[in-house]
Each structure stands twice: as C-alpha cells, then as structure tokens.
Design a protein around this ligand. Structure first.
Ligand SMILES: Nc1nc2c(ncn2[C@@H]2O[C@H](COP(=O)(O)OP(=O)(O)OP(=O)(O)O)[C@@H](O)[C@H]2O)c(=O)[nH]1
Ligand SMILES: [Mg+2]
Length: 305
C-alpha cells in the first residue's frame, strides 16, 4: 500500500468577535498560542499557530473578530482578517452557535461570498462552536441554514472548550489540503516571538480582571525584554497603556493590588509556557487616543513583522 504523502497548507480561522477562534486554535494545537477572554476583540493581530503531525503541517491563522472598525486600531485589525483570507487554502468560519443569527453574521457571510469569488480554488468550512451550550434540537436547523448558503464545503459542529469534535475537524482539514512540503520548521508551533507573546499574556490578564470600556482601551507594550539563557531567566519590563488618567486607578487597584494580581498571573503563566523563570516589572501609563496613533500601533505589532 502506498504511504500517504504529508499534506501542507494554510487555514484561516475567521468569524465574529468572541466566537471562539482563539480557543479553537489552542485546542487544535494542544498549546496556548493565542490569548482568550470573554470580551469581544481580544485578538488584535494575525497569530500563526502551526500544527505538525505525521499527516502533515497546517499553519492556522487566528484573526481578530470581524466588526465595523471605528478606530485606526480596528481598521488595522480588519486588514489582518482580509490579509489572512488571501493566504488561506481553507477559510474556516467560526460561529457561536449559542447566539441567534443576526446582521453581523449576514455581513460575514457576504465577506465569504466575496472571498469565494476572488479565490474559487480555496475551500470554506463553517464551524458551529459552543455546542456544549446548545440543546441538541437546535443544531439541525442551524446546519440547514448554513447549508442553504451554498458556500461551505463542510459544516462541523464542535465545542472548542471541551474539545468535542476537534479531532474530527483536524482530520477534515488534513483531508482537504494538498500534499506538499511543510512551510515552517516542523519543530515550531508559532511564529510569534516571545516578546510579543509576553505582551499578549499580560493583556489577557488585564482583560480577564477588568470590565466595561477598559478591555478595549488597553494596550501592553514591552519596553525591554532580556533572555538570560544561562540562568534560564527572562526579564520583562512592560507598560499597561490606558487612554485616560481616570482609567489608571482601575488597573492599579487599591494599594496596587490589581496590577500586582495581573503581574502575578501573567508571570506564573509565562513561566509555565516558556519554561523559564520570569522577572516581570509592570507599569501603568496613559497614552490618550493610542488607538488612533499609527506609530504606536505599528510599534505594538513590530515584533510580529
Ligand atoms: N461554552 C463554551 N465557551 C467557549 C467555547 N469556545 C470558546 N468559548 C468562550 O468564548 C469566549 C471567547 O473565546 P475566544 O477564543 O477568545 O474567542 P475569539 O473568537 O478568539 O474572540 P476575539 O479574539 O475577540 O475575536 C471565551 O470566554 C471562551 O472561553 C465553547 O466551545 N464553549
Ligand atoms: Mg481571539
């Protein structure tokens, strides 16, 4: 019997904010590569996660949730989504199946129609996520609805958080990619530098510990990053940037307890993931309208270029 040739390709994970794209990426890789929170617009960049298996290599592109951009930050976010469309062999639309279909979903379907017209050789999957929250009888009408769009090659219900259906999805991805050599070194699981990942983990802890407008108006910049390989020690100096002076005390907390908690949670997670001791020095700073400051936005993304 002929040995199957390893497959290789790019799968873009796209969809509305909060649908579970990043959770699914981490689940498929079995590694945390992308940060997750219950706030929309958690992912702001294109994050590459690489799955290496005897079956082949898949480069997953995690992307920001599709929304109407109101700030330069958000225009850049939507640019990352369109860029990922262009690179994909398979576009996987992740849908929160526990939410009713609405205007935002219609907009996304339209985007996918355009994508299909531009790249007819690519494939489209729709992934009905969060089925753990769903009564079983709600699934069939949803599958029928998505199949009615005549846009999708596969319709896959799953739960990214429990993992139910994830192995089947990986099999479908490999089955729909062409044989070919891997694009990335097979020992890598992301292209994201540690410096960028550190900023993301700190931002995740801010998102998880704060509410209201703060998640949208917070950025994290790494001011200095030193990796002392001999001592297995990573030293990070970072600033949590907010938009207004009045937001500073929320991040700092009473007697600094909030920023301390954010720092501890980030440090422990970075130590576990990076496998090194981490020294983390956190500051809180104000940069009014940083979301409109192209130079600052460019600096935040620089380590990814
Ligand atoms: N119950 C349930 N919750 C899920 C599932 N998948 C993701 N979530 C939750 O949904 C929320 C959003 O998850 P993310 O992975 O950050 O979603 P995202 O699509 O990457 O969101 P953005 O980056 O903001 O576009 C988090 O609170 C997740 O824990 C699932 O299968 N079931
Ligand atoms: Mg995300």
């Amino acid at each position: 019997m002929a040995v199957p040739q390893p497959r290789s390709g790019v799968v873009a994970l796209v969809g509305r904010p909060n649908a579970g794209k990043s959770t699914l990426l981490n689940r498929l890789l079995g590694h945390k590569v992308s940060i997750v929170s219950n706030k929309p617009q958690t992912t702001r960049n294109r994050i590459v996660g690489i799955l290496n298996e005897p079956r082949g290599q898949i480069a997953f592109l995690d992307t920001p949730g599709i929304h109407r951009p109101l700030h330069k930050l958000n225009v850049r976010m939507m640019h990352h989504v369109r860029e990922s469309f262009g690179e994909a062999d398979i576009v996987a639309l992740i849908v929160d199946a526990s939410e009713a279909f609405g205007k935002g979903d219609e907009y996304v379907i339209e985007m996918l129609r355009e994508q299909k017209a531009k790249q007819p050789e690519s494939k489209r999957f729709v992934i009905l996520n969060k089925i753990d929250l769903l009564k079983k009888n709600r699934l069939l009408p949803m599958i029928q609805q998505y199949s009615g769009f005549e846009l999708f090659d596969e319709i896959v219900p799953l739960s990214a958080s429990s993992g139910e259906g994830a192995d089947e999805l990986a099999t479908l991805f490999f089955g729909n990619l062409k044989p070919g050599p891997p694009t990335y070194p097979t020992e890598d699981f992301t292209t994201q530098p540690e410096r960028f990942f550190a900023a993301e983990i700190i931002r995740e802890k801010v998102l998880q510990n704060t509410s209201d407008e703060l998640p949208y108006t917070t950025a994290v910049s790494v001011d200095r990053f030193e990796d002392d390989e001999e001592k297995n020690l990573i030293k990070i100096w970072a600033t949590i940037v907010v938009e207004r002076e009045s937001q500073k005390p929320i991040v700092i907390g009473k007697r600094g307890d909030m920023v301390k908690r954010i720092g501890t949670e980030a440090r422990l997670e970075l130590e576990a993931i990076l496998g090194a001791k981490v020294y983390l020095d956190l500051h809180v700073g104000v940069h009014e309208s940083w979301r409109e400051d192209e130079r600052f936005l460019g600096d935040l993304e620089r380590p990814l270029e």
